[in-house]
Design a protein around this ligand. Structure first.
Ligand code: C5J
Length: 220
């Protein structure tokens, strides 16, 4: 076990049973013309974390940790996208509509791809998830358990939506979760800080958080 300095108290990292989960580092959320942009968000806020997420992925590769990349995505016929999700709000473009990078949040479209700097390598797990949480309608739990994984490091976007939902789902399934603070971002600064506070409050009620540098120092 390796002690990682973290909030609200040190995280006991088990390097033999840990996986890195990189949530939705997709063009649809991070680049102009994607789903996040269509909802009226400033996507440049998310672009700022790309080097840190890439460095975290490098760290995981160096240590041979299991890496899972998720994509929020739907089948081309949208049979896995409930109308309650597709029709919510008044954005000019909705899930499945054609934008400059193809149909929004649809599998196989250019905009649905993971950005080049964080692209999965052969052998890494890629999960297409129709929901915000990574356990809903996916086989990720079975894949993690097949690898003997008991701890998850979280990164990606957006902190208070897909990252937080996935971390809560993981916590309920018995995984110990550490969120890498500077490898996650929100379109709203106040939502990121609120999510970090909620997740780590009450003695790590959902999990821990730490900056990448502290994880790097602990495993050096
Ligand atoms: C959102 C996500 N925000 N990946 N998706 O709709 O957080």
């Amino acid at each position: 076990m390796v002690d990682v300095a973290a909030t609200p108290f040190p995280f006991k990292l088990d390097p033999q049973h840990v996986a890195l989960i990189v949530i939705d580092m997709q063009r649809d959320f991070i680049e102009p013309g994607g789903f996040g942009d269509a909802l009226g968000n400033d996507v440049s806020r998310l672009q700022a974390i790309i080097p840190t997420v890439a460095a975290l992925i490098d760290l995981a590769r160096t240590h041979g940790w299991v890496i899972v990349h998720t994509r929020e995505s739907h089948l081309p016929d949208l049979s896995d996208c409930p109308p309650a999700k597709r029709l919510r709000g008044d954005a000019p473009l909705r899930i499945g509509d054609a934008g400059p990078m193809g149909r929004l949040l649809v599998q196989g479209e250019p905009g649905n791809a993971i950005i080049e700097d964080c692209a999965p390598k052969p052998g890494e797990i890629v999960i297409d998830k129709p929901g915000k949480g990574m356990f809903y309608a996916t086989n990720v739990d079975a894949q993690l358990r097949a690898h003997g994984i008991t701890q998850l490091l979280f990164a990606g976007v957006t902190t208070e939506v897909c990252v937080q939902t996935s971390m809560r789902e993981a916590n309920d399934r018995g995984y110990e979760c550490l969120l890498i603070e500077d490898a996650t971002e929100s379109y709203f600064a106040q939502f990121k800080s609120a999510a970090l506070a909620m997740l780590t409050a009450q003695g790590a009620i959902v999990g821990w958080s730490t900056p990448l540098a502290k994880l790097q120092a602990a495993v050096a």
